[in-house]
Design a protein around this ligand. Sequence first.
Ligand code: FAD
Length: 413
Amino acid sequence: MTKEILVLGAGMVGVCTALALRQRGHAVVLVDRQAPGRETSYGNAGIIQREAVQPYAFPREWMAVLRVITRQGNDVHYHPRALASLLPTLARYWRESAPARYAGTVTAYSALIRHCLTEHERLLTLAGAQDLVSRSGWLQGYRRNLPFEQAARNATEVARLHGLDCRILDSAGLAATEPALHGSMAGAIYWRDPWTIADPGELVSRYATYFENAGGTIRRGDATTLKQTGTGWTVATDDGPLTAAHAVIALGPWAPALTRPLGYRFPLFVKRGYHRHYAADPMPKLPLLDAENGLMLAPMKRGLRLTTGAEFAHHEAPATPVQLLRAERYASELVRLGEPVEATPWLGARPCVADMRPIVGRAPRHPGLWFNFGHAHQGFTLGPATARLLAELIDEEVPYIDALPYDPIRFGG
Ligand SMILES: Cc1cc2nc3c(=O)[nH]c(=O)nc-3n(C[C@H](O)[C@H](O)[C@H](O)COP(=O)(O)OP(=O)(O)OC[C@H]3O[C@@H](n4cnc5c(N)ncnc54)[C@H](O)[C@@H]3O)c2cc1C
């Protein structure tokens, strides 16, 4: 039976959700306050991370925690003034990262992420976006021998357990694989399964265009105007109010602006991240993570995109791009980095949940309301996979993966 459905938020997650529902014959309107794929889904490193079977855990070793607190290293930064309000959620993140609980999360997460390539592949073809994708993997590089050897052992074990293709490259092997590197590194883990996208925002935009061509509608509007009616939901748009029996909240880091007033207390927080493009000559072929310095060098259409690690801060606090400034210096030790392309760095926010699993499913206390947000470090990867899961739940079908680990009910009714 055809359902009328509003999807709020046109990032990778919302666009894929709208598309999955439209492909099932539903009447879908996608609502965003701007064009599709202009926020977090624009600014990421563009990797479809098939290898990411283990979501980012909170460090459990005290030395690692101390390193973060004392702000050594460039992978993590924080705003001291934000810490008091973030502390309860971070404490929960820490507890959820304890070995036994984390093992359960990895089991669930790996069962979801294993579908990321096949789910993207279908859409890439339908949307005519194959020109944006490269299927050559990415490099997780290390400068020092000891961390490299340790990471190589871990990666080999993860690859064995999850059927992933990873090669361990020593310094010479890395130099041969990525000739654009002029600085020497101890070695790299070469993850061969993942795909990379030359313009992440453009990919979302192509998926959105395909959604419209398939009969879907896109409207500009403010999702915070969402209200429950006697029969469903209504939202104000530039073309007037829209009503439907169902609404999906797919607002990434902005989801709490709707879920909080509705009374849901999810343990959500953001890890902010920066990027900026630079000229580089020669341009690297593959994305390279400088793991010990927390930066990714991702070759893109606009230039070499440097992306940073996690910044713990209030979502809308002013930008403090200290990690990016350091990243620039580290990157120029590895490649011939030219001038920046943009006048100022881009700032975005990874939408995180304390138990490291996105929130996908029925809103426990509001009939016709559905959630699909909290994809943290891998929303670009997982958009099509959780869209399919949610569409199957809305259609009351047996879902293609176990939906329970993602059910909003895990945080109470
Ligand atoms: C530096 C960095 C690097 C990353 N690298 C990767 C990577 O390589 N691979 C990967 O898989 N993931 C990566 N990520 C994570 C990934 O980008 C996110 O998980 C993903 O983009 C989240 O998508 P989303 O659709 O949930 O949110 P968004 O893309 O943020 O979409 C939310 C949408 O909601 C809209 N919106 C918000 N408020 C309103 C409102 N009131 N009314 C109407 N519309 C509203 C916004 O305009 C936006 O379009 C990275 C993130 C960062 C920051």
